[in-house]
Design a protein around this ligand. Structure first.
Ligand SMILES: C[S@@+](CC[C@H](N)C(=O)[O-])C[C@H]1O[C@@H](n2cnc3c(N)ncnc32)[C@H](O)[C@@H]1O
Ligand SMILES: [Mg+2]
Length: 244
Protein backbone atom coordinates (compact mmCIF):
# COMPACT_ATOMS: atom_id res chain seq x y z
CA UNK A 1 0.00 0.00 0.00
CA UNK A 2 1.13 3.50 -0.79
CA UNK A 3 2.25 5.43 2.27
CA UNK A 4 2.97 9.08 2.88
CA UNK A 5 4.99 8.24 5.98
CA UNK A 6 8.64 9.41 5.89
CA UNK A 7 10.64 6.87 7.95
CA UNK A 8 13.47 9.30 8.82
CA UNK A 9 10.93 11.79 10.20
CA UNK A 10 9.11 9.12 12.23
CA UNK A 11 12.44 7.99 13.74
CA UNK A 12 12.92 11.50 15.22
CA UNK A 13 9.56 11.28 17.00
CA UNK A 14 10.12 7.70 18.16
CA UNK A 15 13.30 8.91 19.89
CA UNK A 16 11.47 11.70 21.76
CA UNK A 17 8.26 9.82 22.68
CA UNK A 18 8.86 9.66 26.42
CA UNK A 19 8.97 13.46 26.68
CA UNK A 20 5.53 14.35 25.30
CA UNK A 21 4.00 15.44 28.58
CA UNK A 22 7.04 17.20 30.05
CA UNK A 23 6.29 20.93 29.68
CA UNK A 24 10.03 21.65 29.92
CA UNK A 25 11.07 18.78 27.63
CA UNK A 26 11.57 18.48 23.89
CA UNK A 27 7.96 19.41 23.15
CA UNK A 28 8.09 22.64 25.15
CA UNK A 29 7.20 24.72 22.05
CA UNK A 30 3.97 22.74 21.57
CA UNK A 31 3.07 23.08 25.26
CA UNK A 32 3.58 26.86 25.01
CA UNK A 33 1.53 27.03 21.81
CA UNK A 34 -1.32 24.88 23.12
CA UNK A 35 -3.62 27.55 24.66
CA UNK A 36 -3.42 29.71 21.53
CA UNK A 37 -4.06 26.88 19.07
CA UNK A 38 -6.87 25.46 21.21
CA UNK A 39 -8.58 28.85 21.05
CA UNK A 40 -8.37 28.74 17.28
CA UNK A 41 -9.55 25.13 16.98
CA UNK A 42 -12.51 25.51 19.36
CA UNK A 43 -13.60 28.78 17.71
CA UNK A 44 -13.55 27.19 14.27
CA UNK A 45 -15.48 24.13 15.49
CA UNK A 46 -18.02 26.28 17.37
CA UNK A 47 -18.58 28.41 14.27
CA UNK A 48 -18.92 25.50 11.88
CA UNK A 49 -21.07 23.25 14.08
CA UNK A 50 -22.98 25.99 15.91
CA UNK A 51 -21.72 25.09 19.39
CA UNK A 52 -21.80 27.21 22.56
CA UNK A 53 -18.33 26.90 24.09
CA UNK A 54 -19.63 27.89 27.53
CA UNK A 55 -21.88 24.79 27.60
CA UNK A 56 -21.01 21.77 29.77
CA UNK A 57 -19.78 19.49 26.97
CA UNK A 58 -19.83 21.74 23.90
CA UNK A 59 -18.28 19.23 21.49
CA UNK A 60 -20.56 16.32 22.44
CA UNK A 61 -21.58 14.22 19.44
CA UNK A 62 -18.66 15.35 17.27
CA UNK A 63 -16.24 12.68 16.06
CA UNK A 64 -12.76 14.18 15.88
CA UNK A 65 -9.61 12.68 14.36
CA UNK A 66 -6.26 14.05 15.56
CA UNK A 67 -3.90 12.84 12.83
CA UNK A 68 -0.25 12.79 13.93
CA UNK A 69 -1.47 13.12 17.52
CA UNK A 70 1.92 12.61 19.19
CA UNK A 71 1.34 12.27 22.94
CA UNK A 72 -2.21 13.59 22.72
CA UNK A 73 -1.67 17.25 23.67
CA UNK A 74 -4.75 18.15 21.59
CA UNK A 75 -6.74 14.91 21.97
CA UNK A 76 -7.09 15.39 25.73
CA UNK A 77 -8.63 18.89 25.71
CA UNK A 78 -10.96 17.84 22.86
CA UNK A 79 -12.12 14.81 24.87
CA UNK A 80 -12.63 17.04 27.95
CA UNK A 81 -14.92 19.24 25.86
CA UNK A 82 -17.07 16.18 25.15
CA UNK A 83 -15.88 15.11 21.69
CA UNK A 84 -15.38 11.48 20.66
CA UNK A 85 -11.67 11.46 19.85
CA UNK A 86 -9.54 9.15 17.73
CA UNK A 87 -5.79 9.90 17.94
CA UNK A 88 -3.57 8.40 15.25
CA UNK A 89 0.20 8.49 14.89
CA UNK A 90 2.66 6.79 12.56
CA UNK A 91 5.26 6.53 15.36
CA UNK A 92 4.42 3.40 17.37
CA UNK A 93 6.04 4.62 20.59
CA UNK A 94 3.74 7.61 20.86
CA UNK A 95 0.68 5.41 21.30
CA UNK A 96 1.38 3.86 24.74
CA UNK A 97 2.64 7.24 25.99
CA UNK A 98 -0.63 8.88 24.90
CA UNK A 99 -2.74 5.98 26.24
CA UNK A 100 -1.10 6.00 29.66
CA UNK A 101 -1.50 9.75 30.03
CA UNK A 102 -5.18 9.65 29.01
CA UNK A 103 -5.85 6.88 31.54
CA UNK A 104 -4.15 8.91 34.27
CA UNK A 105 -6.31 11.87 33.26
CA UNK A 106 -9.49 9.75 33.36
CA UNK A 107 -10.19 10.32 29.67
CA UNK A 108 -11.40 7.84 27.07
CA UNK A 109 -9.51 8.33 23.80
CA UNK A 110 -9.14 5.82 20.99
CA UNK A 111 -5.40 5.89 20.15
CA UNK A 112 -4.16 3.92 17.17
CA UNK A 113 -0.83 3.29 15.46
CA UNK A 114 -1.86 3.71 11.83
CA UNK A 115 -1.94 6.23 8.98
CA UNK A 116 -4.40 8.57 7.28
CA UNK A 117 -4.21 6.42 4.15
CA UNK A 118 -5.12 3.24 6.05
CA UNK A 119 -8.06 4.94 7.80
CA UNK A 120 -9.32 6.35 4.51
CA UNK A 121 -8.98 2.92 2.92
CA UNK A 122 -11.12 1.51 5.76
CA UNK A 123 -13.80 4.14 5.04
CA UNK A 124 -13.59 5.99 8.38
CA UNK A 125 -15.34 9.40 8.51
CA UNK A 126 -15.01 12.29 10.93
CA UNK A 127 -16.69 15.64 11.57
CA UNK A 128 -13.34 17.28 12.28
CA UNK A 129 -9.77 16.40 11.30
CA UNK A 130 -7.03 18.11 13.30
CA UNK A 131 -3.75 18.09 11.43
CA UNK A 132 -1.38 20.13 13.55
CA UNK A 133 2.36 20.40 12.87
CA UNK A 134 2.45 17.19 10.83
CA UNK A 135 2.41 18.10 7.14
CA UNK A 136 6.03 19.35 7.30
CA UNK A 137 7.06 15.84 8.37
CA UNK A 138 5.35 13.67 5.70
CA UNK A 139 6.81 12.17 2.52
CA UNK A 140 4.37 13.82 0.10
CA UNK A 141 2.14 16.64 1.42
CA UNK A 142 -0.38 16.40 -1.43
CA UNK A 143 -0.89 12.63 -1.13
CA UNK A 144 -1.13 12.99 2.64
CA UNK A 145 -3.68 15.81 2.49
CA UNK A 146 -5.69 13.88 -0.13
CA UNK A 147 -6.02 11.05 2.41
CA UNK A 148 -6.91 13.49 5.23
CA UNK A 149 -9.62 15.09 3.07
CA UNK A 150 -11.19 11.70 2.36
CA UNK A 151 -11.55 11.19 6.12
CA UNK A 152 -13.98 14.13 6.43
CA UNK A 153 -17.66 13.71 5.99
CA UNK A 154 -19.33 16.35 3.76
CA UNK A 155 -19.53 19.55 5.79
CA UNK A 156 -16.56 18.44 7.88
CA UNK A 157 -13.80 20.77 9.10
CA UNK A 158 -10.06 20.37 8.55
CA UNK A 159 -7.69 22.40 10.72
CA UNK A 160 -4.06 22.31 9.61
CA UNK A 161 -1.04 24.14 11.00
CA UNK A 162 2.55 24.14 9.78
CA UNK A 163 5.57 26.43 9.25
CA UNK A 164 6.03 28.94 6.42
CA UNK A 165 9.10 28.73 4.17
CA UNK A 166 11.13 31.97 3.91
CA UNK A 167 14.36 33.41 5.37
CA UNK A 168 12.59 34.52 8.56
CA UNK A 169 11.18 31.04 9.25
CA UNK A 170 14.69 29.61 8.79
CA UNK A 171 16.03 32.13 11.32
CA UNK A 172 13.19 31.64 13.83
CA UNK A 173 12.05 28.02 13.54
CA UNK A 174 15.44 26.42 12.90
CA UNK A 175 18.29 28.68 14.08
CA UNK A 176 16.25 30.26 16.91
CA UNK A 177 14.28 27.26 18.19
CA UNK A 178 16.91 24.54 17.65
CA UNK A 179 20.28 26.30 18.05
CA UNK A 180 19.73 29.44 20.15
CA UNK A 181 16.84 28.58 22.49
CA UNK A 182 17.48 24.83 22.23
CA UNK A 183 13.74 24.28 22.53
CA UNK A 184 13.93 21.50 19.95
CA UNK A 185 16.64 18.94 19.16
CA UNK A 186 18.85 20.02 16.24
CA UNK A 187 17.51 18.54 13.01
CA UNK A 188 13.86 18.40 14.15
CA UNK A 189 12.84 20.54 11.19
CA UNK A 190 14.10 20.63 7.62
CA UNK A 191 13.54 24.03 6.03
CA UNK A 192 12.85 22.58 2.60
CA UNK A 193 9.83 20.72 4.02
CA UNK A 194 8.20 23.95 5.20
CA UNK A 195 5.16 25.07 3.20
CA UNK A 196 3.95 28.58 2.35
CA UNK A 197 0.32 29.49 3.16
CA UNK A 198 -0.47 29.77 -0.56
CA UNK A 199 1.07 26.36 -1.26
CA UNK A 200 -0.98 24.86 1.58
CA UNK A 201 -4.18 26.47 0.26
CA UNK A 202 -3.28 24.98 -3.14
CA UNK A 203 -2.83 21.50 -1.63
CA UNK A 204 -6.10 21.79 0.31
CA UNK A 205 -8.01 22.84 -2.83
CA UNK A 206 -6.40 20.05 -4.86
CA UNK A 207 -7.59 17.65 -2.13
CA UNK A 208 -11.16 18.86 -2.71
CA UNK A 209 -11.45 21.14 0.34
CA UNK A 210 -12.52 24.80 0.51
CA UNK A 211 -10.05 26.85 2.57
CA UNK A 212 -12.06 29.32 4.68
CA UNK A 213 -9.56 30.91 7.07
CA UNK A 214 -5.88 31.29 7.93
CA UNK A 215 -4.13 32.99 10.83
CA UNK A 216 -0.61 33.35 12.13
CA UNK A 217 0.65 31.97 15.42
CA UNK A 218 2.99 34.70 16.66
CA UNK A 219 5.38 34.41 19.60
CA UNK A 220 5.92 37.51 21.72
CA UNK A 221 9.34 37.27 23.42
CA UNK A 222 8.39 39.98 25.94
CA UNK A 223 5.17 38.40 27.28
CA UNK A 224 6.53 34.92 26.41
CA UNK A 225 3.16 34.08 24.89
CA UNK A 226 1.74 33.00 21.57
CA UNK A 227 -1.21 34.80 20.01
CA UNK A 228 -3.24 34.67 16.80
CA UNK A 229 -2.57 37.20 14.07
CA UNK A 230 -4.65 38.12 11.01
CA UNK A 231 -1.60 39.57 9.24
CA UNK A 232 1.57 37.84 10.35
CA UNK A 233 1.77 34.33 8.87
CA UNK A 234 5.51 34.64 8.36
CA UNK A 235 6.55 31.68 10.54
CA UNK A 236 3.91 29.50 12.25
CA UNK A 237 0.38 29.54 10.89
CA UNK A 238 -2.90 27.63 10.86
CA UNK A 239 -5.63 27.10 8.27
CA UNK A 240 -9.26 26.01 8.34
CA UNK A 241 -10.93 24.30 5.37
CA UNK A 242 -14.29 22.64 4.76
CA UNK A 243 -15.27 19.56 2.81
CA UNK A 244 -18.14 20.66 0.55
C1 LIG B 1 5.41 17.91 15.61
S1 LIG B 1 4.54 16.48 16.09
C2 LIG B 1 2.92 17.16 16.37
C3 LIG B 1 2.08 16.35 17.33
C4 LIG B 1 0.67 16.85 17.58
N1 LIG B 1 -0.08 16.97 16.33
C5 LIG B 1 0.69 18.18 18.29
O1 LIG B 1 0.62 19.19 17.59
O2 LIG B 1 0.79 18.21 19.51
C6 LIG B 1 4.34 15.57 14.58
C7 LIG B 1 3.72 14.19 14.78
O3 LIG B 1 3.30 13.66 13.53
C8 LIG B 1 3.62 12.28 13.47
N2 LIG B 1 3.68 11.93 12.04
C9 LIG B 1 4.63 12.28 11.15
N3 LIG B 1 4.31 11.83 9.93
C10 LIG B 1 3.11 11.21 10.05
C11 LIG B 1 2.24 10.55 9.12
N4 LIG B 1 2.54 10.46 7.82
N5 LIG B 1 1.09 10.03 9.59
C12 LIG B 1 0.77 10.12 10.91
N6 LIG B 1 1.55 10.73 11.83
C13 LIG B 1 2.71 11.26 11.40
C14 LIG B 1 4.91 12.18 14.24
O4 LIG B 1 5.15 10.86 14.69
C15 LIG B 1 4.66 13.17 15.38
O5 LIG B 1 4.04 12.55 16.48
MG1 LIG C 1 7.06 20.27 13.23
Amino acid sequence: MQTTVEPSEIAKFEAMAAEWWDPEGKFKPLHMLNPCRLDYITDQIAGEFDRDLSAQAPLEGLRILDIGCGGGLLCEPMARLGATVVGVDAAARNIPVAQTHAEQSGLEIDYRHTTAEALAEAGEQFDVVLNMEVVEHVADPQDYLDACARLLRPGGLHVCSTINRNPKSFAMAIVGAEYVMRWLPKGTHEWKRFITPDELYGHLRAAGLDPVDRKGFVFNPVTWRWSLSDRDLSVNYVTAALRP
